[in-house]
Write a protein that binds this ligand. Sequence first.
Ligand code: CP3
Length: 349
Amino acid sequence: MVSMNNLSSEKPMLQALRGQVTQYTPIWLMRQAGRYLPEYRALRAEAGSFLKLCYNPSMAVEITLQPLRRFDLDAAILFSDILVIPHALGQGLDFVEGEGPILPPLETLADFDLLDISGFEQKLAPVYETLSRLKEQLPPEKTLIGFAGAPWTVACYMLHGRGGGKFERATETAAADPQGFKTFLLKLADVTADYLISQIKHGADTVQIFDSWAALVPDEYFHDRIIAPTARIVSAIKAVYPDVPIIGFPRQAGRHYADYAGQTGISALGLDPQADISAMPKNICLQGNLDPQLLLTGGEDMQRAVTRIMDAASGRPFIFNLGHGVIKETPPEHVAALISLVRQYKRAI
Ligand code: CP3
């Protein structure tokens, strides 16, 4: 429901997520913590490995807060990764310098049932501890975002073992046994829902579901592989926390955005740079859309794009963000410039 009520003392980002059209536009950036910040690179070098950072609450808290010390952002996003789920299920995981994540791929769908789920919550305890500490340390106007990968995107890595290509081992496994694959994704959805519910219990104000590889799913399977598993996660969370808003990010979902927004039960739709704001469903909060390449370039091109996005989003609940993560070569000064552009823009409400 879209409303014009701007009097609430609620955090600005939560107001937008609840459907309020506000003059002030909240802003945060996907991958706002990370390699473009020298203070991240220093701590990363000290820890020695990316996974050690994710599972060390003191370091993860520090990295989560680094971008908020520099910039006037409206939200902190938990520092972790979508692949801690397969890792906590007992599938090996390594982040190799220059290559990204590497997992020993599942050979068949049945291998999923052989994973040892018993230690799951215990292995993720440091992530929950990170959230509890962040909750205590964040000022009241800042929103704390938890997250997980959507089942399809996580399955891509679990079955293919690495990123880079088009996840052929995942798409071929799905094509060979669509029914079995559907069941596999729903099992992954249940684990993901438990994980997100625990994140909320430990302080997350909202959670985002990243479906980075949604565009690899053929149209006829978009419902089974993207919408249905996401809807299952949303309804499991809503059964416990009916008032916690959930952000869905089905990257490059093309003509499926409206169905995704209407059928999953999410409160906000994350938009990649290709998505056309004016063509999006009207009754939902939108987030994102700025091409990360323009943040890298900065200057007038970025300024024009900010104006175009803010104009297109006028009169609707909106959270400013990129259409994908911050590129590691981005100068931090461009982030500061982006935030002041968004702050200066006066929205018509
Ligand atoms: O947004 C944030 O600041 C929160 C932290 C966060 C990370 N990854 C940290 C990270 C979040 C929300 C993610 C999500 C994630 N992880 C996604 C979905 C979003 C997207 O980018 O499409 C995916 C697909 C992953 C899997 C993943 N993790 C890949 C493919 C890689 C290697 C590529 C890369 O950018 O290095 C990672 C590593 C990773 N996750 C890093 C960070 C800061 C870099 C690690 C390092 O070398 O220091």
